[in-house]
Structures are given as C-alpha cells and as structure tokens.
Design a protein around this ligand. Structure first.
Ligand code: SF4
Length: 664
C-alpha cells in the first residue's frame, strides 16, 4: 500500500511551477503523491486474460515517471463480461499473482494503484472465436454501434454479477491494490441500469431513479462488505453520454448524489460506447478542445463532497493545473500524456516543461491499436508498450560517426536514439526546416497539433546533442568527404503521380501542392483518395471551407477507412456538415473536357463527375531512396527508416527510426 506522499526525484522546489498539481491527496487513508492520474485503458498487452510482464513493465514505467495514481484497465467480473478477445478477467483467484506483481511494481515507485471492475452489458465489440456472443443487458434494447440485440438479465444473473464485482474486489485487495473503480461510464452495464431509455424493467432493478440505481448500490455495498474499511471504492461515470438515448448529465449526477455515501470518489468522463457520435469522447481526437470535460466535472464537484476526478484531452500540466486551480476537479486524468511521455509528471515537477513530449491527440497508436486488437503504443514514443524490448537503450559497443540523412520523424528519432547510445551523430536535412511530411500534415484542417511531433523531436535532438545541418543536401561527393562509419537513410517520399489519361482541360494537382498553396483549385473539385487516410478528407474539408463544391472519391469503403475509428468518425461528421459528396469504391480513371471518369471498383462500371475544374491527387507516395545504392557502393554501413523504405505513416517512421538507432 502507498502510505507516504513522495515524488519522483523529489527536491525542495519540486512542483513549484504547478502547486495544485503536486499537492498530495488522501482518499480513505491512501495518499496520492500528486493529482496526476492514469485512467483505466485497455492496453491489449495481456495475452491470456491475466496480468503479464509486459503490462507490469508498462505501468512500472509510468509509476517511475512520477504519476500519482494508476487505474488499471478493465477486468471482467463475470463470464458474460467478455467484450473483447483480450479482456483481463478477475473471475477466479488465478488473477491474484499477476495483480500482486503489478501492485508491487507500481508501489515500488511511489504511486498508488486501483483496478477497474467491469461489465459491458450490451456493449460487446468482438469475441475470441469470431462468433457473435449472447449479450446481456437490463432490457432488450439494441446497441446501435455494434449491432447487438441483448437478452434481458434475469434476477438470478443480476445477483451473480453483483457477487462477481464483490469477489473481484476481494481478489484485488488480496493482491495488494489500493482500491477499485466500478466502471459506470460510457454506457456500460451500470450505466445501462441507470438509463431509463435502456432500462425498461418493471421489477426492483428498474422503474424510478431509486430502482435504476439499485444495481450500483448493491454492487458498491457488496464490494465494501467483501473488502475492508481501508480499501478505496470509486465510480467512473459519464457526465452525460452526449447521445439521444444516452444517460444525461442530470441523471448521472442524481445517481452520484444518491450513491455518494457508498463511494470514495467519482471519476468524471463523457460519451458512450453505444454510438459512433458518443464513442469519440472515449478518447477524443485532436479536433476536440483540451480539457473540454472540466466544466462538466465542475458541476459534480459542486454537488458532491467526495473527490472528483476528470479526464478528456488534458495533455499538458499547464491545463491540469488550471483545472485544479479553478476548483473544477481534484485529480486530472492524463493518460495519453503519459502514453506519449511516461516521464511527464517528473518533468513537470522539475519545471522542465519544454522537455515534455506532449501528446498530440492523434489516437493512432494508443486507442488506434486497441481497435485493431494490437498492444498500446505511441507514434511519438514507440517504446510505449515495448518496455521489455526498448525500455533501456543498449550503450554503443564502439562509438561511430553516424550520418543520418533526412530530418523528418524517422531521421530525428534515429539520430536521437543513436546519440543517446553514445554515437557521434550528425543529422542532415536538405530543407531549411526539419520535419518532413509532418510539416504538411499539420496544415490539414483541425490537424495543427500534429506539428507537435516536430517540436517534440527537435527538443530531443537538442537534448541529445545531435549536430543538425539544415539546407544541406547529401550527395555522393558529401558522403566521400564525410566518410561516416554508418549512414541512416531517412529521406522520405514524394507524391505518387500516375500517368493518367487526360486532355488537360481539368487541372490535375497533388495534395502537397494544395497544402503548400502552390495551386489554386477552382469551384468544382474532385479529390481522388486512394489512401483513405487523413489527406484526402483533409484536403476536401479545406477546399469546401474555402467555398469549393467537392466530391471526395475514395478508393475504399468510406472516407478515412484506415484511420483510428474516432478520428474517422469525427472526419465523417465534418464532411457531412460541409456537404462534401463522398463517393465510395471509386478508382480514378482519367479526365476528358470538364468530366472526371471514375470506376466503381466492385462492379467495374464507369462513374462520371461533370463540370469539374480541378482534380487533387491523394494517391500515395513513392520512396526517395536514391542514396541507398550509393552508400552500399561506397561500402558504408547502411540502415533505412520510414518512407524511404516504404511510404507509410509517421508511426512506422518513428519506430523504424528507433530500430535503426538501436541497430547502428
Ligand atoms: Fe497521443 Fe497520438 Fe501518442 Fe496516442 S499515439 S498517446 S494520441 S501522440
């Protein structure tokens, strides 16, 4: 158990810049050393439903970095709780040793740890065997997002599930955790009981507010009875699910007030898993304002005596400090901030704010990986989720003169990694401004924050004392003059422009030209989007906002098909508002006069778009890899990273930069 308030690397002035953030908080005798919380989030690191070494290493890294409280990912309390194929389970004592090792690892670094206890009700996303599971909910009210029609729980099953919460909490206490958090947020089972539009029961588990609150009351009291007076019991709840039939803020607050005597804290979030619009709030992408849930939390804080936590795009210590100072909450969930930089709390405590690798809200490798069933990571910090493999950099066996060519994300990460290992590193960039394609990506509408990846990496380049040569193109002559021991090639890519049949009446330009302001698209534009990523919809959005009538022809099922789901759906909403016409299954064929010819990919039939003046190509990229052959011919050790190897995204670029920096 955590008893003393300590801080990572605590010194006399620790936390001076953020006095509210670094004020300890004691809940039921458990003292949290600061107000920074890692909220429960499914990491997909466990492989067989139990805590494993990878998950322990993941949380230990954040505890070492100075977080005050870690709430671990959801643990199922009943066999019917399996909402994904990779859920942690707390349904038998076999879970205890793993949780015990996790608690010891977190406590060793001075943080407290609670476990989330979970039942999804009708929110079943997937099953382990590909078959649709039988879902259970208070009533047979369908889930919109996962297309699930649940069975109504019988009173016997409800009793069983209540007992499951209690037994799971007892196991967490036995394992040495400091508390548990019952997940009533995002439309999961307890929220389904609270919601009069989802809970249509006529028995004691439904009806008026008291009846609908009965399930949670029974759960909380059963947990207390199964544990002890020193064990913290919290509740996570959405302060409004932000959907037509979702739990309202008033209903959620009414429940918290009614249940407060059985609670030690309330953790406020927003949104619901049940709909595409509501689910975006589970991990709001960068289009959402930082800290936007704080005003909702403030209403709970005014009405409750127990501490109130809040989360929702709180990415920087300055934002958290402002929320705490304004009295909107007592603790700030900064989960992605610590996925991107596990050392964020310690850096904030020391006032080293410029050294923090700020999360940019891209969702790509954290929740984006979750939705693909892959372990958590971060596009800026690929060491996340790979702590066992990359948690410690191996020192260089022999100090080499390393030349990194290209200061995009791949090159910068490679240079930093190689320099930290002890190599003598020079980073060469042909342009005046480092950043590569990230500089273009930040020009897409509502994606300005993406430029943070360049700011963050540039700071790391400085701190690692990498020599940066701007406006310096590397040629064979330069390679011969410099004669490095090793070259890491990270020269990126350029737009792929196929040889299209066209008579020239329609101007054909690339997305890069549009973003750089080099061309002026006309009144009627077709954006041809093969990648189905951010670029096509972003260009379409920008042009629609500038007054063009836009057809977005996507060579896939829908716009943003390959994107993290909440980013995709946020984009879909914006395109709809702007009346951008999205044509799915559309292959660009060519142009004649003012007509653009598309081909419907499943049927092969022609599709014509008339009265067009501009086609914008978003057809992917080609690698810029000319130097590879030269380096090899000169007999210099060669490594390649990012788009020059194969054009993909910043995530692959940064990870391959890390790998090249380790390999050299
Ligand atoms: Fe933040 Fe993106 Fe990293 Fe996720 S992947 S933690 S959203 S920077």
């Amino acid at each position: 158990m955590v008893e003393k308030a300590g801080q990572a690397g605590a010194g006399a002035d620790e936390g001076a810049m953020f006095p509210h953030l670094f004020a300890p908080l004691t809940i039921r005798g458990v003292t949290l050393r600061n107000r920074i919380l890692s909220t429960g989030h499914d990491t997909v690191l466990p492989e067989d439903g139990t805590v494993n070494a990878a998950l322990i290493a993941y949380h230990a890294a954040r505890a070492r970095g100075g977080v005050g409280l870690i709430v671990t990912q959801v643990a199922g309390v009943h066999e019917t709780a399996r909402y994904t194929a990779h859920l942690l389970m707390a349904t038998d004592d076999g879970c205890i040793p793993g949780y015990r090792a996790l608690a010891e690892a977190v406590h060793r670094h001075g943080a407290a740890v609670f476990a989330q206890l979970f039942h999804p009700g009708r929110e079943i996303m997937e099953s382990a065997d590909g078959l649709l599971a039988v879902a259970y909910a208070p009533s047979s009210v369908p889930n919109e997002r996962f297309h699930v029609m649940p069975r109504a729980l019988t009173p016997r099953m409800i009793d069983e599930i209540v007992a499951g919460y209690a037994a799971a909490a007892r196991r967490m206490r036995t394992a040495g955790l400091d508390g548990v958090e019952v997940v009533a947020s995002h439309g999961y089972l307890p929220a389904q009981f609270l919601n009069p539009r989802v809970n249509l029961r006529g028995d004691v588990w439904g009806g008026d507010a008291a009846g609908r609150q009965r399930f949670l009351r029974e759960v909380l009291r059963a947990i207390r009875a199964a544990t002890d007076e020193g064990f913290v019991i919290g509740l996570r709840i959405s302060a409004g699910e932000r959907e037509e039939d979702g739990l309202t803020a008033a209903e959620a607050l009414e429940a918290c007030v009614a249940l407060e005597a059985d609670l030690d804290y309330v953790n406020v979030t927003t949104g619901t898993s049940a709909t595409l619009g509501g689910a975006m709030h589970i991990a709001p992408p960068m289009a959402f304002a930082p800290g936007y849930v704080a005003p909702d939390a403030a209403a709970f804080k005014r009405a409750l005596r127990v501490p109130v936590f809040v989360a929702g795009r709180i990415n920087q210590p300055q934002e958290a400090e402002a929320i705490l100072a304004a009295g909107q909450a007592d603790m700030c969930g900064m989960t992605r901030a610590m996925i991107a930089d596990p050392e964020m709390p310690g850096k904030a405590a020391r006032g080293a704010v410029d050294d923090i690798r700020a999360c940019i809200g891209c969702n790509q490798a954290c929740i984006g990986h979750f939705h693909k069933g892959m372990p958590v990571s971060c596009i800026q910090h690929p060491e996340t989720g790979r702590e066992l493999a990359y948690g410690t950099l191996p020192p260089a066996v022999r100090r080499k003169r390393v030349m990194v060519v290209g200061a995009g994300p791949a090159g910068m990460k490679a240079a930093v990694t190689a320099a930290r290992r002890g190599h003598d590193v020079t980073l060469w960039e042909a342009e005046a401004q480092p950043g590569g394609q990230a500089l273009l990506a930040q020009l897409l509408p509502r994606r300005a924050e993406f430029g943070g990846i360049v700011t963050n990496l540039m700071r790391e380049v400085e701190r690692a004392q990498v020599r940066l040569r701007r406006g310096a193109r590397v040629t064979e002559e330069v390679l011969r003059d410099e004669a490095p021991d090793a070259v890491i090639l990270a020269t990126g890519a350029r737009p792929h422009v196929p040889d299209l049949p066209t008579d020239g009446a329609v101007q054909v330009v690339t997305a890069w030209q549009v973003l750089r302001g080099e061309v002026r698209p006309g009144a009627r534009v077709v954006v041809a989007d093969w990648r189905c990523d951010w670029i096509g919809p972003g260009v379409a959005e920008a042009l629609a906002k500038a007054g063009s009538s836009v057809v977005l022809a996507v060579n896939g099922l829908h716009a943003g098909e390959v994107l993290p789901l909440y980013v995709r759906d946020n984009i879909a909403a914006e395109l709809h508002r702007l009346r951008v016409e999205v044509r799915p299954y559309a292959r660009l064929y060519g142009t004649a006069g003012d007509t653009v010819f598309l081909q419907h990919t499943p049927s092969g039939e022609a599709v014509e778009v008339e009265r067009v003046d501009t086609v914008v190509l978003c057809l992917g990229h080609r690698p810029v890899d000319d130097l590879a052959e030269v380096v090899e011919r000169l007999g210099i050790e060669l490594h390649m990273a990012g788009d020059c190897l194969a054009p993909r995204t910043a995530e692959e670029a940064v990870f391959e930069g890390l790998k090249a920096g380790v390999a050299v």
